[in-house]
Design a protein around this ligand. Structure first.
Ligand code: GFB
Length: 314
């Protein structure tokens, strides 16, 4: 079997690559961004025609934290729409019958009932700081569902909660909260600084999933028996939430990161920065019914990620 792993060098893609290499997969096809620009329709078509993969895992995306989403909305919607339209359509056009599309929990309405079930999709307005990215990720689910309905292929989607782990982006401005604060606390601890600034009020609640758990869940879902995708009355049928089922406040996360990095100063909150969605916790009961639950606890995962960060980034 030939699996095309799109986005193999990103945080999630590289975690999936590690797990595929430990399994008995015949061949994993990868291309760097320089070798293949997935926003380019002609280049993507040529790649699929030349390589004829059997299965596709779509882990390529433009991703970033709350400020990057807010500051570069055109990049987030354009790049993601192009990547997913090109990959999903060319997969279909070249005979790929099984595909796994990776999305994000920001697809759900800002004020969705918590924990969020799959059938909350498209029931209300989105969070404005990441609406363009969310619209692109909803479009990818609908591309998969539409090709399933019209052509009888088996294209599934998984919607992970906020991910973290080795290979994350630790950029102080563009990253997500966990790696961003890990780096800030690390340098503050090294410098014996008095204060670390945390964006927003500290009250928003988020759910964090280690990327190795995400990779395991992705392969679990890819290998599930074929579902009844024809049941258009159940919008949950073609995608599944992936999370831990537990959330914490940003203030609690900051305290945990201070402890792990050894920072002993004060934590201050910068109310000029956006909070984003007040709470984002996934209902993961459907995936649990299908045999998968997360394994890596948050404190353990943070400690392991900090170890990786110190060896590879700091
Ligand atoms: O991780 P984050 O950027 O993503 O921010 P979202 C989560 C919360 O942490 C927000 C606060 O309330 C931030 O204000 N925060 C505190 C920080 N300090 C920091 C910091 O130093 N850096 C960052 N980044 N946040 C993203 C979406 O939303 O979630 C994406 O914009 C994607 O589209 C991703 O869906 C998973 O959870 O708010």
């Amino acid at each position: 079997m030939r699996i095309f792993l799109a986005g193999h060098s990103g945080m999630v893609g590289s975690a999936i690559a590690r797990q595929l290499s430990a399994r008995d997969v015949d061949e994993v096809l990868t291309r760097t961004h320089d070798q293949l620009d997935l926003t380019n329709q002609a280049a993507t078509a040529t790649f699929f025609a030349d390589e004829s993969p059997d299965v596709v895992i779509l882990a390529a995306a433009r991703v970033g934290g709350i400020l990057a989403n807010n500051d570069f909305p055109a990049d987030f919607i354009y790049d993601n729409l192009m990547i997913e339209a090109n990959v999903i359509h060319q997969a279909f056009a070249n005979g790929v019958t099984r595909l796994l599309n990776l999305g994000s929990s920001c697809i759900y309405p800002r004020d969705a009932a918590q924990p969020m079930r799959e059938d909350a999709l498209l029931t209300g307005p989105l969070e404005l700081t990441n609406e363009p990215y969310a619209i692109a990720k909803i479009a990818a689910i609908k591309l998969c569902e539409s090709y399933n309905r019209q052509y009888g292929v088996d294209y599934r989607s998984v919607m992970p909660t906020n991910l973290y782990g080795p290979g994350d982006n630790f950029d102080p401005i563009k990253s997500h909260v966990l790696p961003g604060l890990m780096q800030r606390f690390h340098y503050a601890a090294q410098a014996d600084a008095e204060v670390v600034e945390v964006w927003g009020s500290g009250t928003p609640r988020r759910e964090f999933l280690h990327v190795d758990d995400m990779a395991a869940a992705s392969l679990h879902v890819l290998n599930l028996p074929k579902a009844n995708w024809d049941d258009a009355t159940d919008p949950r049928s073609a995608f599944l939430n992936v999370g831990t089922g537990h959330d914490i406040s940003i203030a609690e996360l900051a305290t945990m990161l201070a402890e792990v990095t050894g920072f002993e100063g004060r934590i201050a909150f910068d109310a000029r920065k956006p909070d984003g969605t007040p709470r984002k916790l996934l209902n993961v009961s459907r995936l649990a019914e299908l045999g998968w639950t997360s394994k890596i606890g948050l404190r353990e995962g943070i400690a392991q990620t900090y170890d990786w960060y110190q060896k590879n980034v700091a």
